[in-house]
Design a binder for this molecule. Structure first.
Ligand code: AMP
Length: 397
């Protein structure tokens, strides 16, 4: 069956059409500037990327253009809509309502809407994408796959904040965690690669991309993760601060004349390695190059990033009372040998030994610890779209 995987943002929409039998990508692309003007980028497998300016006042037009591109006589990859068996939607926040992926019904849409307050930028956009597909493909079954669901196995001691309990009861203020699809996919793949059942190993997954989080996966279940109520908590990221002393908000707010909204925007968009590097870049390729040519702020930014990852790994070894495998994934985790080496440099006490030759790899599955290393360290590329496709097929079969 062919599954259309959709990841909808407020003004953008990423898609992939995946054949679930071969797990090959038939075509992929992106609609941008929805509601402004509209640009479709479309890439059929093995072909050149095509970019077209198309008026997209709403997501419905955007999805119509995606369907047109997929079924187009010249560059299409299927003959008609009938060859798309299901749609899998990435949904950011499932709150406590969703512990796994679900077939989309009116009740499900309502429950996603109930979580809009928790993800005001993302959930409404996800629902718009779902509604648009419903309009254009009314007979095609749809599945929602939540970023938060995998972390719903966290125990209360990991998800509760040290805040008045009533805020949890009244407003759902607790830690939820994100990137769940990736943490789930990578931890399962690690188990396959080491040849052990997933419920017999303890894995720490470091999803290091522009957004970044670490998770502790004990016997197949997430028992802790570094993002919280929102994706702002935890690691220092591309432009997000990660953990800070919350009193900084009041202090900087007063000094800079920023209200709360302004402070949160600063923490989300102007901080992280971008802010630390003096606004040089949020991209590790730029930061590594600048650091290597003597830029001290860029070096500090990369050092702060790696140190925070290492501290989270240490705390998750404590949380699980041990670890068998540490896995690096996402843009930085899959490609940045310097970051991996620096993080592993803090883990000698665990008996971690780096295989420097293996670590010099990019974007492939590889073990980067030596055979005598007490903890195995691996690079495992993530594939959230494939995970969404698999969940979708499993639910509608
Ligand atoms: P993601 O959010 O997973 O797509 O990751 C994007 C980030 O990965 C970029 O902002 C870069 O910081 C990082 N990245 C991608 N390719 C490389 C590379 N070859 N070397 C170092 N960092 C990379």
């Amino acid at each position: 069956m062919n599954v259309l995987v959709i990841n909808c943002g407020s003004s953008s929409l990423k898609f992939q059409l995946i054949n679930s039998e071969t797990e090959g990508v038939l075509a992929k692309g992106l609609c941008e500037r929805i509601g402004i003007d509209g640009v479709l980028t479309y890439t059929p497998a093995g072909e050149e990327k095509e970019k077209s300016n198309l008026a997209m006042p709403t997501h419905t037009e955007a999805i119509q253009f995606v369907i047109d591109a997929l079924t187009n006589e010249k560059t299409g990859v299927v003959k008609s809509l009938d060859e798309i068996g299901a749609v899998g939607h990435r949904v950011v926040h499932g709150g406590e309502a969703f512990t796994k992926s679900v077939v989309i019904t009116e009740e499900v849409i309502k429950a996603i809407e109930d979580n809009n307050d928790l993800a005001p930028l993302h959930n409404p956009a996800n629902i718009i994408g779902i509604r648009a597909c419903e309009t254009l493909m009314p007979k095609t079954p749809m599945v929602a796959v939540f970023d938060t669901a995998f972390h719903q196995t966290m125990p209360a001691k990991a998800y509760m904040y040290g805040l008045p309990y009533e805020y949890y009861e009244k407003y759902g203020v607790r830690r939820y965690g994100f990137h769940g699809t990736s943490h789930s996919f990578v931890s399962k793949r690690v188990a396959e690669l080491v040849g052990k059942p997933v419920d017999q190993i303890k894995t720490i997954v470091c999803h290091l991309g522009n957004g970044a989080s670490v998770s502790a996966v004990e016997y197949g279940k997430s028992v802790d993760t570094s993002m919280g109520l929102t994706p702002l908590e935890g690691l220092v990221m591309g432009t997000r601060s990660g953990d800070i002393d919350p009193a900084i908000l009041e202090y900087i707010g007063r000094k800079e004349g920023l209200d709360l909204e302004g402070c949160i925007s600063m923490l989300n968009k102007k901080s992280g390695v971008f802010g630390l590097s003096g606004n040089l870049s949020s991209d590790f390729r730029d930061l590594d190059d600048a650091a290597a040519s003597g830029n001290d702020k860029a070096k500090t930014a990369v050092d702060v990033f790696c140190y925070r990852v290492a501290k989270y790994i240490g705390s998750y070894v404590a949380a699980m009372n041990g670890v068998d495998v540490i896995a690096f994934t996402a843009g930085i985790g899959e490609n940045d040998a310097h970051v991996r080496k620096t993080v592993m440099g803090y883990l000698g006490y665990l008996g971690v030994n780096l295989d420097a030759v293996a670590n010099d790899s990019h974007g492939e599955e590889v073990t980067i610890s030596t055979p005598d290393s007490k903890v195995k360290v691996m690079v495992v590329p993530t594939n959230e779209e494939l995970a969404i496709c698999r969940d979708t097929v499993a639910l509608i079969k």
